[in-house]
Design a protein around this ligand. Structure first.
Ligand code: ATP
Length: 251
């Protein structure tokens, strides 16, 4: 179980997260929905610990001051001071927005790099699973990452994250810029990963509609604040959520 309480992140004087509290139970899919600039990526960076690296880099370069406050507990342990690599070893793995795959490396190299934390048998087993989940990647094993389509790159980004043996996978806007068909494939794959690998997944998206069918619980972010939360059904029954996030007008 991952639980964040009272997260505040400032970029200089700009408040990007304002007292955000979220939680994700084991084996659950939690959605985080919000418009552009709502703070979704900042929240993911904060959970994964990347914000600490950004903070350090900015401080060394004499750039903007990034301030973070709040508490993050993972399986009962307070982890907000832990650097990203230590969180990754605990199984908190980020699959970042805009699919930051290694564009110069082949598909198989990208996957192997993702598996550096895993033992050889674990890596072998997970690789077989990734190829079962995304047969396209198996066919394109030798293809250079930068030559893949957007959808294939997103599959690779997810595959690489799985190779790192997540216990909780942080998927930041995985559907961004993809066709409806590819979106639907990835949504099914996300549910399948949660069930098969028995892991928790936190997924952010601007639009709730395509992802809602697979989430157990969701939070809505607006201008850095979590303004609403609930189970899938509670949110789908809420008229404000329906019109703002599903584009369904009440008659
Ligand atoms: P998007 O859907 O556009 O990715 P988001 O919900 O992920 O948006 P964030 O990227 O977390 O939102 O940004 C939240 C706010 O913080 C925005 O106003 C953004 O401009 C600002 N912000 C994000 N990163 C930085 C940074 N490194 N320095 C300064 N401001 C930043």
């Amino acid at each position: 179980m991952l639980e964040a309480k009272g997260l505040m992140v400032f970029y200089e004087n700009m408040l990007a997260l304002n007292n955000v509290s979220i939680k994700c139970a084991d084996n659950q899919i939690v959605g985080i929905f919000g418009a552009n600039s709502a703070g979704k990526s900042t929240l993911m960076y904060t959970l994964a610990g990347i914000i600490l690296d950004m903070q350090k880099k900015e401080a060394m370069a004499g750039g903007e001051r990034i301030t973070m406050m709040g508490e993050i507990r993972y399986q009962g342990e307070e982890i907000s001071h832990l650097k990203p690599s230590l969180r990754a070893r605990k199984g908190i793995i980020l699959c970042p927005e805009r699919r930051r795959i290694f564009k110069e490396s082949s598909v198989i190299e990208n996957l192997r790099i993702g598996g550096y934390l895993a033992s050889a048998p674990q890596a072998k087993k997970t690789l077989a699973y990734v190829f079962e989940l995304f047969p396209t990647l198996k066919h394109l094993q030798k293809r250079i990452g930068g030559f893949l389509s957007g959808g294939e790159q997103q599959m690779l980004a997810i595959g690489r994250a799985l190779m790192a043996q997540p216990k909780i996978l942080l998927l930041d806007e995985p559907l961004l810029g993809l066709s409806p068909l590819m979106q639907s494939n990835l949504i099914h794959a996300t549910r399948e990963i949660c069930n098969k690998m028995q892991i928790a997944i936190i997924v952010t998206e601007q639009y709730a509609r395509p992802v809602m069918p697979i989430v157990d619980y969701a939070f809505i972010l607006e201008n850095g604040s979590a303004v609403l939360e609930g189970t899938r059904q509670e949110l789908m029954d809420n008229p404000d959520v329906r019109s703002a996030y599903f584009g369904i007008e009440e008659s």
